[in-house]
Design a binder for this molecule. Structure first.
Ligand SMILES: [Zn+2]
Length: 330
């Protein structure tokens, strides 16, 4: 029996798996693909599975990687000699990494059918690195496949995007994800529903929360801090800003704030959409009685602006100060 199911062992994204598998079977796969979507949604996992499917040596594989042959095993563990992963060193993908990749792509594969380069988070490539990669995309060596990932295609050069087949991955439905978490990871119904909701439909997030229970504890503390800081005046808010500016998981902090205010807004507007923070329903309810829809909307906008500003390397402390002053005073 194969290690993977027909969906390549992926959670969700069935249409993408189907499309890629059919291209392999009919030998019409493009030279380059670009997988886009939010972090931890499954872009890199899909790229790895695709590399396995391309190179699987199980004669019965027919577009579905067996997950067990030598090729599938080595690719899955990230140590196949013909499959290279290029990712950011520090904060960017540098031209040196692309040059190194190009040298190895010039060689014939050692043992695989295709040499595969997986370039993750291409939005982090420097301009020089992106220009260098463009040359490879324009004239890809034979037997080479390039699999890129990025948050959104707009953050890449249009000339790069136009040479790739773009596969946009969207959040997996909460029900599908909860079911998969029960099936593959043995969670009970309640835990699975909570993690699926908190993940916002991102399987990678849910799985990392299973592997690292600290993540949920951390999040509970962030929610407690949100509740506390709304009762603080300016000074208390600036103190909190100073504290979270140094937080090792600032992204988790901001994502939690964002999902919190989205939930509050749903409640004050009487929406029938399920809140994300289902384990904190009473706290959500309590806040929703104390703020107006306009205040909730302003708070949510402030968090989104902060996330965008920090993506563009704004001053962290300043951005957080501004955000906290926009929060309602309870
Ligand atoms: Zn295989």
């Amino acid at each position: 029996m194969s290690t993977y199911d027909d969906n390549w062992g992926m959670i969700g994204h069935e249409w993408a798996v189907e499309l890629l598998a059919s291209r392999l079977v009919s030998e019409r796969a493009s030279h380059a693909y670009l997988f886009t979507g939010p972090s931890q949604i499954g872009k890199s996992t899909l790229a790895v599975r695709f590399a396995q499917a391309m190179n699987c040596t199980d004669p019965g594989s027919n577009g579905v990687p067996c997950g067990k042959c030598r090729a599938c095993d080595l690719i899955g563990r990230g140590i196949h000699p013909d499959v290279q992963v290029v990712s950011a060193e520090g904060k960017s993908i540098k031209i040196e990494s692309i040059r190194e990749l190009q040298q190895s792509l010039a060689l014939r594969p050692y043992e695989a059918r295709f040499r595969v380069a997986i370039l993750t988070d291409m939005q982090l490539a420097t301009d020089h690195a992106a220009d260098a990669l463009l040359k490879t995309l324009e004239e890809p060596p034979a037997s080479t496949r390039l699999l890129l990932t990025s948050d959104v295609s707009e953050s890449l050069l249009p000339t790069i995007v136009s040479r790739c087949q773009v596969i946009p991955l969207r959040p997996v439905s909460i029900d599908t994800l909860a079911e998969a978490l029960s099936h593959w990871h043995g969670l009970d119904e309640h835990e699975a529903a909570l993690l699926a909701a908190l993940s916002g439909g991102r399987p990678g997030w849910a799985i990392s929360a299973i592997e690292n229970p600290e993540l949920l504890k951390e999040r509970a503390e962030i929610v407690n801090a949100i509740l506390a800081v709304l009762n603080e005046k300016r000074v208390g808010r600036f103190n909190y800003s100073e504290e979270i500016a140094r937080h090792p998981e600032l992204q988790l902090v901001l994502e939690t704030w964002q999902s919190w205010w989205r939930d509050v807004l749903l409640l004050v507007e009487g929406s029938s959409v399920m809140p994300v923070n289902i384990d904190r329903r009473e706290d959500l309810q309590a806040i929703s009685f104390q703020v107006t829809p306009e205040e909730a909307r302003r708070a949510l906008r402030a968090v989104r602006h902060t996330i965008e500003a920090l993506d563009k390397n704004a001053n962290t402390r300043l951005a957080l100060d501004v955000m906290l002053l926009e929060m309602p005073y309870l």
